[in-house]
Design a protein around this ligand. Structure first.
Ligand SMILES: [Zn+2]
Length: 239
């Protein structure tokens, strides 16, 4: 576990930061209370909710030594989300500049690895075997060159997120929804293939932007047999 270096002095009063930004944005909605706290999420994640006028925010504790400006940027992004505003460009850039630094991404990965519990089911499902599918795809399309340390089905029966590559754990997790007799094998193959491409073509950085699906990625994706049919059927499945 890497050491967290705290700045000298008191940690920032997050609720105060949120109140300040709330006033600056001149949001008219009545708010009864504003409570913001750091929270040890498994990764870089922050949440906000409003219930009966009470605003509650949880900010990733990986940001606990970020400067007040960065925290204000994030507060603006989160408040804008629940009060239907657009966060300013400055706020977004300030937050992104901080969280995209390689040293920071590394900390996020470490947190994911060390905090993330086993959040998936074994690779051999009831109807489809991810291990077997992965190895056959690896042979057919990648000369067996794609490394992965974990494969599994998600606990959640998600129809929104059908697959996910977690670089922190080097894990490919596929939605349990696809482990069904009504889902043909080639559809599962397509989702696994997509996640394998995330290993083959890691996220690129262009200035402030993170390019998740680069042009090379998209082109490689089209090489999957019956690619268009697979896309159509998946859309249908998620509808
Ligand atoms: Zn993707």
């Amino acid at each position: 576990m890497e050491q967290l270096v705290l700045p000298l002095g008191l940690p920032p009063d997050l609720s105060e930061v949120f109140r300040r930004v709330f006033h600056r944005l001149r949001i008219k909605s009545p708010v009864a209370s504003m409570d913001a706290q750091f929270h040890a999420f498994a990764g870089l994640r922050s949440t906000i909710s409003v219930r009966n006028g009470a605003v509650k925010a949880h900010v990733s504790d990986l940001l606990s030594d970020a400067s007040p400006l960065v925290l204000e940027g994030l507060a603006e992004i989160l408040l804008a989300r629940v009060f239907h505003r657009r966060p300013s460009r400055e706020a977004r850039e300030c937050y992104l500049a901080y969280t995209l630094r390689p040293a920071f991404r590394q900390r996020v990965d470490v947190a994911r690895r060390t905090r993330g519990s086993k959040r998936h089911l074994p690779a051999r499902g009831r109807h489809h075997d991810l291990e077997e599918i992965f190895h056959s795809l690896n042979r057919r399309f990648f000369h067996g060159q794609i490394p992965v340390s974990r494969l599994g089905w998600s606990h959640k029966n998600s129809r929104r997120i059908l697959g996910h590559y977690d670089s922190g754990h080097s894990a490919i997790i596929i939605s349990r929804r696809l482990d069904s007799p009504s889902v043909p094998r080639y559809l599962v193959e397509y989702v696994v293939y997509h996640e394998m491409l995330h290993i083959r073509f890691p996220i690129e950085r262009r200035g402030q932007r993170r390019v998740v699906h680069s042009r090379e990625f998209r082109e490689a994706e089209k090489k999957f047999p019956r690619y268009e049919l697979a896309c159509r059927q998946l859309k249908h499945l998620c509808a």
